[in-house]
Write a protein that binds this ligand. Structure first.
Ligand SMILES: Cc1ncc(COP(=O)(O)O)c(C=O)c1O
Length: 383
């Protein structure tokens, strides 16, 4: 079946008691035991499993063509479960431009627990190879990366990981299963902040891990999910499911709008650089074209300095002057957002200080371009 059909039908059964076409939200925290002590429904207690969470996990398995999925209360909780499944003294390789929340997790929570890590440029396969150690258990990929939109070759890094006996995990939040078949490309685990495109409406927090194989590592992730209990509520699962039903069509429009915005910015004399893998000038364009169905709804751009202001000042002035683009963090919702990442990431940020990250929403692209045009015109005076 095609992904549009999977998104609409997976994990959906007509409710046998009421005939409801859309699935109910199961809020019950506990499920009845039979006289022999077994649980005839397969459910015992809400933290371990519940029908609404199971429906969401089934849809995610179908979308990613995996074998099982575990959902969490946030993207970070899902990411944390992957690192928690490793052992003290294990070594991981992470991208040097990893999402700053994941980097903080590795440095500030897992390093004190004895997890070793090396940050490398994931687009440089020789650097990845050189960073491998006998105790390397996992290579973490994030592609396209945040906020520079660097593209990692998933198949090539997964092959390096497997040759070294390590797992390859990929944060696929930005491409979604619609644009990148992460597991088919070779990764063992595909991770999502479902808060973003999968939920799709900036109104629900969640995370997910989908596995290609039913193995000991995923069994540990499941143990962490059920025992640690950083699980999504049934209502959050239901909202995420509702979002997924329209994911393929939303992603098409996000990509189409982002492509138009990127071309507008790339031809603007007050914009020094545009980071968007759909542009042929982007260093990762060829790999993105090979491994992605389209180039996504995220982009970033660097604003030029002028005779009165630095590039950073001008970037902030542009972000403060847009009317449709809300100046807010996050991504993947129907509304367009703009953000000065350097301010958000704070000390130690490698993000250029004149860079603005944009989540291109589902408004009409002409209106989005007009908004950016007026913000650039109002704030940046080149001569
Ligand atoms: C690529 C990526 N991974 C993970 C996360 C964390 O997700 P959450 O905010 O749901 O914990 C984010 C959040 O922005 C993200 O952009």
């Amino acid at each position: 079946m095609n992904i549009e059909t999977i998104a609409v039908h997976a994990g959906k059964e007509i409710d046998p008691t009421t005939g409801a076409v859309m699935p109910p939200i199961h809020l019950s925290t506990t499920f009845v035991r039979a006289s022999d002590g077994s649980y005839p429904s397969g459910y015992s207690y809400i933290r371990s499993d519940n029908p609404t969470r199971r429906a969401l996990e089934e849809v995610l398995v179908a979308l990613e063509a995996g074998v099982d999925a575990a959902t969490f209360a946030s993207g970070m909780a899902a990411i944390m479960a992957v690192f928690q499944a490793l052992g003290t003294g294990d070594h991981v390789i992470i991208p040097d431009d990893i999402y700053f929340g994941t980097g903080k997790l590795v440095r500030e929570i897992f390093a004190p627990w004895g997890l070793e890590s090396t940050a490398v440029d994931m687009t440089d396969l020789a650097a990845v190879q050189a960073a491998l150690r006998p105790n390397t258990k996992l290579i973490w990929i994030e592609t396209p990366s945040n906020p520079l939109l660097k593209i990692t070759d998933v198949a090539a890094v997964a092959a390096l990981a497997h040759a070294a006996g390590a797992i390859c995990a990929c944060d696929s939040t930005w491409p979604t299963p619609m644009l990148q078949r992460t597991l088919a490309l070779g990764a063992d685990l595909s991770i999502h902040a479902t808060t973003k495109y999968l939920g799709g409406h900036s109104d629900v927090l969640g995370g997910a891990i989908i596995t290609k194989a039913d193995n000991d590592f995923f069994a540990r992730i499941r143990l962490i999910q059920r025992t640690g209990g950083a699980v999504p509520s049934p209502f959050d699962c239901w909202l995420t499911l509702r979002g997924i039903r329209t994911l393929p069509y939303r992603m098409r429009a996000h990509c189409e709008n982002a492509r138009k915005v990127a071309h507008f910015l790339a031809n603007h004399d007050k914009v020094c650089k545009v980071h968007y893998p759909g542009l042929e000038s982007h260093p990762g364009h060829a790999i993105a074209a090979k491994q992605m169905a389209d180039f996504g709804g995220m982009l970033s751009f660097q604003v030029c300095p002028d005779k009165l202001h630095t590039g950073q000042e001008n970037a902030l002035r542009v972000a403060n002057s847009t009317k449709l683009f809300a100046q807010a963090t996050s991504l993947g919702g129907v509304e367009s957002l703009i953000e000065h990442r350097y301010s958000v990431e704070g000390q130690g940020s490698k993000t250029p200080d004149n860079l603005l990250r944009v989540s291109v929403g589902l408004e009409h692209p002409d209106d989005l371009i007009a908004d950016l045009a007026q913000a650039l015109a109002a704030t940046v005076t080149l001569m």
